[in-house]
Design a protein around this ligand. Structure first.
Ligand code: ATP
Ligand code: MG
Length: 386
């Protein structure tokens, strides 16, 4: 019978928490496979998915590859862990390369033959059925793995499919991703989600200065992230009044810095209101004037009770783009719609703003009122994976 063997890695490091992590991982796997028929089995150190419709195998693999906390999977043949049965199955294997190796692993030490001896014996069987190939122990083109588990089943497979790694979604808590239409912020969301942070998203638009399409683009990006995180609650807020007020009352070169500080204040209010424990942005050190150390100091200064996670901080644009391509957000991110940050853009933004100067400029605004008014425009859209 065909079966998929699932491996998880880092959970082992978690001591007593391991059980909590494992039950989260299992429920995330089941949520990801919702709508499909299959059997799920837990055996020490592995999970097994079997009794599924073979036509759906590719889809199951594709979905499992997007579960954080799974390290790899293998498409295997499952048989009873009995030497004769295994030998019979192995004798039908056709080796398609010029050399191979057999690796036997026994999680079940009661299996009567040692791993080494059994590997030699099985190798001999394969050789007798595939006379043109040879055994290559150090750098084999094909590895036939025989994995004997504690559930008294053996799994025979030749391929290991890499998955996401990371930690089960939700195991790190929940945060709020500041999601623009750009390349970086969807990647930032993916990166923290991979480390177990469930995410909601917050987008600021400046309608009518920004178009309906610009907002649709952000909805599309959030939807693409749902491939990994299943569901995103997106908070959409109008930033128009805030921007107009800054434009009228503050020095132009402080526009972006003050915008960022107000975005952060709004984000913090939403987090405290809705029980979210961190703010996540797509900022990368030195990428633009608003992402210098000094700019981050003054934007971070308005957030006093939460951490700000900037997972792209130390990545080059090229590296961020590579991740964006691999998670499927890149093509949407490069669509040419304006972001709210490009409206009223200053010619020479301050590169090293000081807190003192920012606060002086903000003195010309009624910040509390602007924040509250912006919050009143909040719309909530919940996106789900198809
Ligand atoms: P991105 O590709 O994420 O847009 P960027 O290089 O264009 O990044 P900025 O426009 O300077 O960067 O924005 C830095 C971060 O601020 C973004 O990564 C995002 O987290 C947040 N941000 C910017 N604009 C918005 C917006 N309109 N709504 C919500 N968050 C935003
Ligand atoms: Mg942007």
């Amino acid at each position: 019978m065909k079966a998929i063997l699932l491996r998880f890695g880092e959970l082992y490091l978690k001591g007593d928490n391991r059980y909590i992590f494992e039950s989260m991982l299992i429920s995330n796997i089941k949520a990801k496979l919702a709508g499909l028929v299959y059997k799920f089995e837990k055996t020490f150190g592995r999970y097994v998915v079997s009794e599924y419709d073979i036509q759906k195998e590719d889809e199951i693999v594709d979905r499992l590859k997007k579960v954080f906390g799974l390290y790899s999977i293998s498409l295997a043949q499952q048989v009873d862990a009995d030497a004769e049965t295994i030998k019979n199955l192995v004798s039908t294997i056709k080796i398609k390369t010029s050399n191979f190796k057999v690796v036997v692993k026994r999680a079940d030490k009661t299996f009567p033959i040692s791993s080494m001896d059994f590997a030699k014996e099985l190798g001999g069987i394969i050789l007798s059925k595939n006379p043109d190939v040879s055994v290559e122990l150090y750098n084999p083109q094909t590895t036939i793995n025989i994995d004997i588990r504690l559930n008294k089943k053996a799994y025979i497979f030749d391929d290991i499919i890499k998955c996401q790694g990371g930690l089960p979604l939700g195991s790190a808590g929940k945060g709020l991703l500041l999601l623009s239409g750009g390349i970086d912020s969807p990647v930032a969301g993916y990166m923290v989600a991979k480390r177990g942070l469930k995410i909601e998203a917050l987008h600021f638009h400046s309608y009518p200065y920004t178009s309906e399409e610009a907002k649709d683009k952000v909805l599309a990006l959030a939807k693409q992230l749902c491939e990994y995180v299943d569901e995103i609650k997106l908070h959409v807020i109008s930033f128009t009044k805030v921007q107009e007020a800054i434009h009228v009352h503050c020095r132009n070169e402080f526009m972006i810095t003050i915008m960022r500080r107000i975005m952060m204040r709004i984000a913090q209010k939403i987090c405290l209101r809705d029980g979210l424990g961190a703010i996540v942005t797509g900022e990368s050190l030195g990428q633009v004037a608003s992402q210098t150390m000094q700019s981050m100091t003054v934007t971070g200064a308005v957030v006093d009770t939460l951490p700000i996670f900037r997972p792209c901080l130390a990545l080059d644009k090229e590296e961020i783009m590579e991740i964006a391509k691999s998670i499927g957000t890149y093509q949407t991110s490069i669509l040419p719609y304006e972001d709210c940050c490009t409206v009223f853009l200053p010619k020479n933004p301050v590169i090293k703003p000081t807190l003192e100067k920012c606060e002086k400029e903000e003195g010309f605004l009624n910040i509390e009122q602007l924040v509250d008014e912006a919050l009143q425009t909040e719309e909530i859209v919940t996106l789900k994976r198809d």
